[in-house]
Structure formats: C-alpha cells, structure tokens
Ligand binder design. Sequence first.
Ligand SMILES: [Zn+2]
Length: 240
Amino acid sequence: MTDDTPTPRTGPVLGVFAHPDDAEIAAGGTLAKWCAAGREVHLLVLTNGDRGSGDPARDRAELAATRLVETQAAGEVLGLASEQVMGIPDGELENTQVVREAVIRRIREVRAETVLSVDPTAWFFENRYYNHTDHRRAGEIALDAAFPGAGNPHFFPEHLGEGLDVREIHDIWLGWTNEPNHAEDVSGWFERKLAALAEHASQLAEGIRFFEEFLTEEAVAAGKKIGVEHAEEFRVLDLS
Ligand SMILES: [Zn+2]
C-alpha cells in the first residue's frame, strides 16, 4: 500500500454518512482521534435509520427517534462538535439537488476543511457482502457536495446572501473502500470507537460481540500494514 496521506490538517471536519451508526463503524477511531487533537468534527447523517430493524412490529417513527438519541450519545463519546440527522427514510437516499444543498450548506456552515464519507465505488466486499444503496449514495453526495458544490458561488448562491461563504475542501477521506491508500493509526482510540458504537443499542440486539470481533479483526489487519496495533483504512484524496 502506498501512503498518499495529505499534509495533516487541523481545521473543521464534516462527516457525511447514510445511517446513524455508519460513522462509528467506518471511522470511529479516526474521528475520536481528531476530536482529541482539537479538530472540530461535525457529523451529518443523511437518513433517519428508520428501517434498521428486522422486527415487523417495530414502529419506524419511534425507531428514528431512538436512533437520533443514540447518535447524539455516540457523538458525545467521540467528542464531536455536532451531530445532525436528516429525515430521509432509511433505504430511500437519492443524490438529489435537495440533499446536495443540505450537505453544501453544512460544509459552508461549519467551514469544513476535510470531508469524511464512504467510497461510492465500492459495490462488493469479497464475495460476502455488497454495499447498501444508501452507503453508495452517501459517498456520491459527499463527493458532489465537496466538488464542484461547496467551493463554487454559483451553487446555491442564496447561501452567500445568508452570510455563508464558499468553502474549498482540502481533503476527502473515504472509508469502506476496496482501494485504500492510507491507514490511520487509531491505537489507543479503538476502545472509544467501540464505546461510541455501543451507544447504538437499537442496532445491537444480539450484543456488540459481532462488531467487536469483526472490527477488531479489521483494525488489527489494517494496523499490521503500518506496524501499529489498530488502524482504519481510507481512500484519501488530496484536493489542495
Ligand atoms: Zn449503514
């Protein structure tokens, strides 16, 4: 693996993910590390996660409300500066002008320097799993919002009238990728990732053990590549 890490940044970060627990699973260690280093990290979740249950009797509105509370609790564990959850139903995320406007607005509001999301080109993970439609859409939306959206005054010029400014994104980090070019050392932060994930109790009907085992295996394997205990892999784009 070649490591194309851009020059480390210190400015605000916007995480753009499809579901309330995606940020923790894909990048919880990195987010916790950045927060602890003093970076202002904001999270924008694009769907409300209301289909995140296999129980046909589960009330979707109630589940969405529960998942909002869980997202806020997990954000507190990670040390996030803010968490927002949009009201789009789980499984129905589309890359529309309305959603791009919301993401571009948030990039401009928090003055993001870095955008963190997931790789929209990752369809298949070995022969075991293929990527959720909302995940692919979220990655696409995040990329389109970062460029050519947020930095161009002709996209949503009404924002400028509201006192917001255009925002050039310096680097984009994409988790859940088949083409990683960077492993971020999250040794010392991996427990925090699991603790944040544990706040998403509605998703852990069978306990956190599955995630604990799977994510540990993944983080240890990524860590080996760079000679550390735990790491998270990303496809990092340096746009600066
Ligand atoms: Zn998800």
